[in-house]
Design a protein around this ligand. Structure first.
Ligand SMILES: Cc1cc2nc3c(=O)[nH]c(=O)nc-3n(C[C@H](O)[C@H](O)[C@H](O)COP(=O)(O)O)c2cc1C
Length: 159
């Protein structure tokens, strides 16, 4: 199993912590979107796409890459994010990213979301929200998510 984990983590390094744990379980390499060589995507069994959530969306640098992806067949992807709050049911940013990946021909095998320490400007004034997150429990959940995904990809199941 080889995986590529594309991650943008610009605020507090929260999403990078999750990406590193996922990479550990999935025999993966974590890269910036700008460092992805699109011609090598077919070399990976799994490709993960993740970032913090900024103004209700994945980071623009990640979305720009996803929009440039070539059409693929038989590739499994997954989505991950850290955010200050829960995903609003009326604005599912994970579903939107999933749809973009579907459009490129990926089969999206799962989504992992957890809270991240949030220092968006007004919150910084009161010491931030979700201090300490992702914490050990969040990272344990990320590990379990990755193990389950890996098992399913190894079995040849996709989503
Ligand atoms: C400018 C800015 C905008 C944000 N907007 C949102 C948002 O719309 N919804 C949300 O749940 N969290 C929001 N957050 C919180 C981040 O998603 C959260 O802190 C995340 O863990 C940051 O990940 P990172 O440290 O990997 O960049 C925002 C944070 C910043 C700095």
């Amino acid at each position: 199993m080889r995986s590529l984990i594309v991650c943008v983590s610009v605020s507090n390094g929260n999403t990078r912590k999750v990406a590193d744990v996922l990479a550990g379980e999935l025999n993966g390499t974590v890269v910036d979107p700008e460092d992805v060589d699109l011609s090598t995507l077919a070399d990976y069994d799994l490709v993960g796409f993740g970032s913090g959530i900024y103004a209700m969306a994945f980071h623009r640098r990640l979305l720009d890459l996803v929009r440039r992806l070539p059409e693929v067949r038989g590739r499994t992807a997954f989505v991950f994010a850290t955010s200050g709050g829960p995903e609003p049911p009326v604005w599912r940013y994970t579903k939107r990213l999933q749809r973009l990946l579907d459009d490129r021909g990926f089969s999206v095998g799962g989504t992992f979301l957890c809270r991240g320490y949030d220092t968006w400007l007004p919150l910084r004034l009161v010491g931030g929200l979700n201090k300490g997150h992702p914490d050990e429990e969040d990272l344990m959940r990320a590990r379990a998510f990755a193990r389950d995904l890996r098992r399913r990809v190894d079995l040849g199941e996709s989503a």
